[in-house]
Design a protein around this ligand. Sequence first.
Ligand code: G1P
Ligand code: ZN
Length: 562
Amino acid sequence: MNPRTVATTPFNDQKPGTSGLRKKVTVFQVANYLENFVQAIFDTIAAPAGSTLVVGGDGRYYNREAIQIILKIAAANGFGKVLVGQGGILSTPAASCVIRKYQTYGGIILSASHNPGGPDGDFGIKYNTANGGPAPEKITDTIFARSKALESYRIVDAPDVALDQQGSFSLGGMKVEVIDPVADYADLMESLFDFAAIRTLIKGGFRLCFDAMHAVTGPYAKEIIEKRLGAPAGTVINGVPLPDFGQGHPDPNLTYAHELVEIMYGASAAFDSAQATPTLLLPERSRRPDFGAASDGDGDRNMILGNHFFVNPSDSLAVIAANAALAPGYAKGLAGVARSMPTSGAADRVAAKLGIPCYETPTGWKFFGNLMDAGKVTLCGEESFGTGSDHVREKDGMWAVLFWLNILAKRGQSVEDIVHQHWAEYGRNVYSRHDYEGLPSDAAEGLMAHLKSQFASLPGQKFGSYTVKLFDDFSYTDPIDGSVSTGQGLRVIFEDGSRIVFRLSGTGTEGATLRIYLEAFESDAARQRMDAQEALGELISIAHELSQLKARTGREQPTVIT
Ligand code: G1P
Ligand code: ZN
């Protein structure tokens, strides 16, 4: 089968964002849209003939069609072999695991992560390099430049490959190996965590619930939690991946993972705030699981809940760091930790105590790759329900869940007690993120411009009990390759270390999403268990005032509060 060269015209909007190229499914369905981008990737990476590639996705609508197109373009571009997850499925961390384990040239992951799917939903594509991590900006910038100049792509004409059965197939001289999407990943997890201790915990009556949100982690969770760890059938809910995620929004937060939240907070519990002190009567508490967790569309995010208790993702990173030695894979200690700039400083406190470095990077997992490759950090995390380590080069939802189970099994305390004890020891970085989704782009940009106009005037100004110490737009110089990333979020830092950060999302596909990140430190144990929204009340008002939020967007209530 000879490759065919197809003439095409470039699209000018194929700029990868925080995590790859994300657009509506309907955009990807436009003739040559996907083809062009894939050819731009292959032109950029210039893989030697005969290289091996990994391809898989989160199973969302258009996954199957896209994989067939990618396989045919890969065959025409000289790849020797492609490893594809059965049914076209690979969670993002599993794809990273497979790239590393089989030392492939790289991989293509099809996902729009936590964004809704279906014919009117979102789709996405990103390239990961040989280390298993998202391509760094210098590669994504080149892909974008190439996409704007592309005049043709190469493709073979061949029948579709049967993706539903494992085995080896040939496509235009290229080998396609359809692999078990779960096995390699589950084995890696078993090598890192004390499965025997977790099994004993579960056998002893510890109850857990994992909400796969009809997204990619269903099969992973069933294999690992129900089969290998012995949790009863039914522990995994919404475990069948569906192309439209059962019409849900596969984002594991308190708003979108509402089914799990209702289970963990009790049907009759009035749930108004994440950190509210539990007031329910004991009999009701005892009916609920001890541990709840959810993961997102492509399996890289996680939400951790205790019985009527929410673990803020920034705290989760800190607790994992502080207890890492309890997991066999991390018993030898941590090289360092890294967190994205908007993530709270809770992990910094743990790092200081452990005497290891803590790095502050821009938002997006791609900034952690260099640090992990250089052996500078072991654990990384983002406030956006992302935690992970150097076992792969993506954040990893199931990994975080297993880490927590390992800690719980070893410590024999509840989730809530572990977090409270952590705060008592380190102090609490009270934290919340407010998202304003679906704003008109011009209003959001106007708001950011208004904020930026105050760079010079704000420092020194007093707002209630807070005085502004510094106001800047975060820039990052990668300590390994010296690359500089500017414009990574506006930081208002107050004299006492409290912060407000303003950022526009780089993953949305419609209008703009404004994220306001709020953080204040509380060392007083008596006040640490306060509701986060209440404790951050003054900072929230200051954020509204500084940004003229209401006047510019007409909004005062966030779409999602974390
Ligand atoms: C969001 C999160 C960010 C995460 C990314 C991909 O990006 O904020 O931490 O890395 O999704 O999961 P944003 O939409 O804010 O650009
Ligand atoms: Zn994701």
